[in-house]
Unconditional design. Structure first.
Length: 239
């Protein structure tokens, strides 16, 4: 069954908006685990506008499921943070400094040499590596040469097309990318704009899907549905 990793950035955003520690980020992470999530994802950014570097240290000491840290490895502080805390997985994204949210995958052809070098740094430390990619066969093939363990398919376009009502067209490039990744022996993760409406169809039609990382939609749903109920609803979409 595909694993659910919950991105808790939005909980940190709410906490930071008023100062103090309400909501308590660590308690929220532990509750999310208790409610059935298979992992916790954080994406600390250089301006610490949501997840703070200190949060990563505290989370690593206390959570019991898989810990996934996302970020751009061009930031030296990010690389040091990952190596010092050794999460189960690091997900590398090509975000610019100050970027609102991730909006594209790596060009694994153009940046192949760089990715190969930085991926080896993390793998030598015993950390599983995933890289954010668009569902383009050429990018999947080039990703293989970087030595990455997994790719994370960037699913915003899937969500947009799915909402327009054409499920088959929405899933087609992702299915093609997944087939290629499976042929090459690369693990498959996915994330961005997956929600209660589109998640089940995606999970059922992507062969070898190991993990989805979901934050914004899940936390928004939790406002109306409750956090425990929402985590379990998302889990049921992955069965």
């Amino acid at each position: 069954m595909t694993k659910l990793s919950v991105n808790i950035n939005k909980i940190a955003t709410l906490r930071n908006s008023r100062g103090g520690n309400n909501p308590n980020l660590l308690k929220a992470a532990l509750d999310i685990e208790r409610f059935g999530a298979d992992g916790i994802t954080v994406h600390p950014r250089p301006d610490e506008r949501h997840i703070r570097y200190a949060d990563v240290v505290e989370l690593k000491k206390n959570i019991h499921t898989e810990f996934n840290i996302e970020g751009n490895p061009v930031e030296k502080k990010f690389v040091e943070l990952v190596l010092e805390n050794k999460p189960a997985q690091v997900t590398l994204v090509p975000d610019a400094t100050g970027q609102l949210t991730s909006n594209h995958g790596w060009n694994t052809v153009e940046h192949q040499s760089y990715l190969t070098d930085i991926i080896s740094v993390f793998k030598n430390a015993g950390i599983r590596v995933s890289i954010f990619v668009d569902p383009v066969t050429e990018m999947i093939e080039a990703a293989k040469n970087t030595g990455t363990d997994r790719i994370e398919l960037y699913t915003e376009q899937y969500a947009i097309d799915f909402a327009k009502g054409n499920k088959e067209a929405a899933i087609a490039p992702y299915l093609k990318a997944a087939i290629k990744a499976n042929e090459l022996g690369i693990g498959i993760n996915a994330g961005h704009d997956l929600d209660l409406n589109n998640l089940s169809y995606f999970a059922k039609n992507i062969p070898g899907l190991l993990e989805v990382s979901i934050g914004h939609a899940l936390i928004c749903d939790a406002i109306n549905l409750g956090l425990e109920n929402t985590v379990q609803m998302y889990k049921r979409k992955l069965v």
